[in-house]
Design a protein around this ligand. Structure first.
Ligand SMILES: [Fe+2]
Length: 170
């Protein structure tokens, strides 16, 4: 017990939460990932509120479920960034300035048009996530790579759920 306390009080052994444990390149990818996932989450919610059409209730409910799952993934990704010792950026201002995603006019309400747009966003974020996996593997960061694989699986599932609605309305 005494030894443990002595170690804890030793300044040499004090580690800060900002101590770097990952590569700058991986951190940059995670910053963009959190930014785009936050934008995607907000656009999913925007669609949840504004869509209108005969399949309204099903799509409205589905979009809420997708937003909830995106929230959990955003949290995991942002905290991974912290685990690597980097600062995470999740403010609306940062997202508005740095997102790489397109957006629809707020007046767009037709379900096929809105869902098609969301499918495009999922494809864009999915491609960037695949790039991130390749980079994390190159940088020998299996923790980040594995987390991004989970993220990619979620993005693929969301895309397929949305595409299934498009088939229904064709
Ligand atoms: Fe709601």
């Amino acid at each position: 017990m005494a030894t443990k306390l002595a170690v804890r009080n030793d300044k040499e052994s004090h580690h800060s939460a900002n101590e770097i444990h990952g590569s700058e390149a991986v951190s940059k990818t995670l910053t963009q990932g959190v930014t785009d996932l936050l934008d995607l989450r907000m656009q999913v919610k925007q669609a949840h509120w504004n869509i209108a059409g005969s399949s309204f209730f099903g799509v409205h409910k589905l979009l809420d479920k997708l937003a909830e799952e995106l929230d959990a993934t955003i949290d995991t990704t942002a905290e991974r960034q912290r685990s690597l010792g980097f600062i995470t950026h999740g403010t609306a201002r940062h997202v508005a300035k740095n997102s790489s995603l397109k957006q629809l006019a707020a007046e767009t309400q037709a379900i096929p048009e809105v869902v098609n747009h969301l499918v495009d966003l999922y494809l864009t974020v999915g491609e960037a996530t695949k790039e991130g996996i390749r980079l994390a593997d190159e940088e020998e960061d299996p923790g980040t790579s594995d987390m991004l694989v989970d993220c990619l699986r979620m993005l693929d599932q969301h895309r397929y759920l949305l595409q299934s609605y498009l088939m229904q309305s064709e």
